[in-house]
Design a binder for this molecule. Structure first.
Ligand SMILES: *Cc1c(COP(=O)(O)O)cnc(C)c1O
Length: 349
């Protein structure tokens, strides 16, 4: 019996990618950081390998998990250059400063992209230093190929702010546009916004994560590619005027049927059950008693009410639910425990 799992529809993933292609000629950089937003980096990249131009991750460890010959950009500037000579040719590292550059030896062959800071102030070369950085690479590091320049739109819900940011990025990159092959700044939300998309007409790639997995763009026809499902593992009767769960928070007002599901709030905390009785687990348990993150459960579209507060299991009132029902559990794959079983399916849409 499966009891709790995440189903990932690869055909919907393909549908989303095709819909993007219908709407743009720009290259698609599929963002697969954070284990492909929790959906499994190996499987997602294997499936997308012949469908997108490039992948993007946050770390070298993630990049090394990808079995594809497509280009892979590591979006976080690299600070540890230990593996740089052994890394596969399709990995492109990010540089955002002279300090970063100076850690690369002059005979190292590699491709880089330059991250420019246009307001997020997390990392990124300051725009007034970009020219010098590029000149230094060209004159001193003959084995480095500058593959791209990019920035991140960190406040994409504020269109006015982001329009200004894109214009600023344009003014910074314009002198290099004929020289450097990839210029990009659009993420999912910015790509979906007509004005931002138009303002970014000088760019030739988009970096999309949320959109391909269906977190964004529902109104534009994009499909959510995953769902969590649970099956009942045990059902029993509880008679009238009995309490259920910790702290007697629930009391029955009639005889009811109760069913146990094999997942709990811990599965939705973004931390692993494997942490056992460690500090974090115990801390979360404490926090949990005050604050319960909502997990919605439904059965054929109807909301199912959970009973009591449990860390590892959910109890539901199953008076109107048959034993073999497959219940939908509405939770975010980004926060979900990575150990939850994943099933990749291709169904006809
Ligand atoms: C995560 C990330 C993206 C993808 O953002 P979405 O909103 O998921 O499309 C793009 N660029 C950078 C630098 C990122 O870190």
């Amino acid at each position: 019996m499966k009891d709790f799992w995440c189903e990932i529809n690869l055909d919907k993933l393909e549908y989303n990618v095709n819909l993007i292609k219908k709407n743009t000629c720009k290259k698609i950089i599929a963002v697969v950081k954070g284990n492909a937003y929790g959906l499994g980096i190996e499987e997602i990249t294997r499936f997308l390998s012949d469908k997108v131009e490039t992948f993007a991750v946050s770390t070298m460890e993630e990049a090394l998990k990808i079995q594809s010959n497509k280009d892979i950009i590591i979006l976080t500037p690299l600070y540890n250059f230990k593996y740089i000579n052994e890394m596969k040719k399709n990995i492109i590292i990010t540089i955002d400063s002279e300090e970063c550059l100076h850690k690369i030896s002059k005979d190292t062959k590699c491709r880089i992209q330059i991250y420019v800071n246009t307001g997020m102030n997390r990392f990124g070369v300051q725009p007034n230093k970009l020219y010098d950085l590029i000149q230094e690479i060209k004159s001193q590091y003959k084995n480095i190929i500058i593959d791209g320049i990019y920035t991140h739109l960190h406040n994409d819900k504020d269109i006015k702010y982001t329009l200004k940011q894109i214009d600023y990025f344009k003014s910074i990159t314009l002198p290099f546009i004929n020289d450097i092959p990839n210029i990009h700044c659009l993420n999912s939300n910015a790509f979906l916004n007509h004005d931002l998309y138009k303002a970014a007409d000088f760019t030739n790639c988009i970096r999309v994560g949320n959109l391909i997995y269906g977190y964004s763009g529902k109104n534009s026809g994009y499909k959510k590619i995953f769902n969590y499902y649970a099956q009942i593992i045990r059902t029993y009767k509880v008679s009238k005027n009995q309490y259920i769960g910790y702290n007697n928070t629930f009391k029955t007002n009639k005889d009811i049927k109760v069913s146990l599901l094999n997942f709990g709030y811990i599965d939705n905390f973004g931390c692993s059950k494997n942490s056992g009785n460690g500090l974090i687990y115990n801390l979360l348990k404490k926090i949990f008693h005050y604050f319960r993150p909502p997990i919605l459960i439904s059965n054929k579209g109807e909301t199912v009410h959970s009973i009591g507060k449990f860390m590892n299991n959910v109890l539901i009132n199953s008076d109107n639910i048959s034993e073999d029902s497959i219940l939908t559990v509405h939770m975010s794959s980004i926060l979900a425990d990575s150990s939850i079983k994943k099933e990749y399916v291709i169904s006809n849409l």
